[in-house]
Design a protein around this ligand. Structure first.
Ligand code: IPM
Ligand code: MN
Length: 347
């Protein structure tokens, strides 16, 4: 489901790369193309009917581009398509890793020059609950918007984060707001986080931090020397992942996975549909291709995922893609070409 504008461009490149990798590793994709997005909505009046949602459920994974159209009300297709898929397929884990690649002038390197290549911050954002449930009202005078979490929703995302930190042998930080959000943070998330750590994952080094303190002082002035995992709620995770992506090189390198471990997961670049850049072949496909690597890993094609990531890392190290902006001087297709050449080379 490439969606709109540059979503179409980057997914095309991503699929080229994925097909080559699949061929090398002896598997193949059976693809269904879904035209849904803002443009399709304008043309047909169809957003994302439940019948399509049901069809999506029959796939192993969704490769997503971006949705958003300037002729539509803000949020219409974002909510009507993207969030509808996340909610409808219960993709409760929104995984957003950021890695320091050699050869990339990541702003975080300027702040922390000692950070080694390969350093990573992985954000585990809760993907379907909290403020995103859309519970609230506005009577013209008072507006309310509820941050709503059931214990079961908190439990399952914390469990995933603990297991990820354990497997990666990394520190786990819960970023929330217990000094202000009495119910969701102080009474629910933080105690559940601490109890789970003590009882089930004592081997994981787990800490609580106020989310604002993570944003500012922690990321900017003092940062753990070792890679770490942040687990947080949907809204805070939305905010902090634009920051982490930017610190590690920009939205053009931010990849994400909307995961339901028991169902169909979706893989999408962090960036939007960017109509102004469409058709110029200037956007970087790297975020989409990295999302493809996340998909391979999620599908159990670990070796293929590793090779794809290594190929991207090599290309970046050689500075063939100097940055991920539209001014990189390297066309969309040329960037893909570098990556596919590298894939073929390190056979
Ligand atoms: C993101 C986006 C979405 C979100 C929007 C487009 C609904 O900002 O994936 O981070 O808020 O989750
Ligand atoms: Mn966002």
């Amino acid at each position: 489901m490439p969606g709109d504008f540059i979503g179409k461009e980057v997914v095309e490149e991503e699929m080229k790369v994925l097909e080559i990798i699949a061929e090398q590793f002896g598997f193949a994709f059976k693809r269904t193309h879904y035209p849904h997005g803002g443009e399709h909505y304008i043309k047909t009046g169809e957003l994302l009917p439940c019948s399509i949602l049901a069809e999506l459920r029959d796939h192993d994974a969704i490769v997503f581009g971006a949705v958003g159209h300037p002729d539509l009300k803000k949020g219409e297709v974002e909510k009507g398509i993207l969030l509808k898929i996340r909610f409808g397929l219960d993709q409760y884990i929104n995984l957003r890793p950021s890695k320091l690649y050699a050869g990339v002038d990541a702003p975080i390197k300027k702040i922390h020059p000692h950070l080694p290549d390969g350093y990573e911050i992985t954000v585990v954002r809760e993907g379907v609950g909290g403020l995103y449930k859309g519970i609230g009202s506005y009577d013209g005078v008072i507006a309310r918007q509820e941050m709503n979490y059931t214990n079961a929703e908190v439990e399952r995302i914390l469990r995933y984060a603990y297991e990820l930190a354990r497997d990666k042998r990394q520190i786990l930080i819960l970023g929330f707001k217990s000094n202000v959000l009495e119910y969701v943070s102080a009474q629910q998330w933080q105690p559940m986080f601490e109890k789970m750590g003590e009882k089930i994952y004592p081997e994981v080094s787990a800490h609580y931090a106020h989310i604002d303190a993570l944003n500012g002082p922690m990321l900017i002035s003092s940062i753990p020397k070792e890679p770490f995992v942040i687990v947080t709620g949907n809204m805070f995770g939305d905010v902090i992942t634009d920051l982490t992506a930017s610190l590690f090189g920009g939205m053009g390198v931010g990849a994400s996975a909307c995961i339901n471990p028991y169902g169909t997961s979706m893989f999408e670049p962090l960036h939007g549909s960017s109509p102004k850049d469409y058709g110029k072949e200037v956007v970087s496909p790297v975020a989409a291709i990295l999302s493809g690597a996340l998909m391979l890993e999620n599908l159990g094609e670990t070796k293929a995922a590793e090779k794809l990531e290594l190929s991207i890392a090599n290309v970046l190290k050689q500075r063939k893609i100097p940055d991920f902006t539209v001014n990189s001087g390297v066309s969309t297709q040329q960037q893909t070409q570098y990556i596919t050449t590298e894939i073929r080379k390190i056979n």
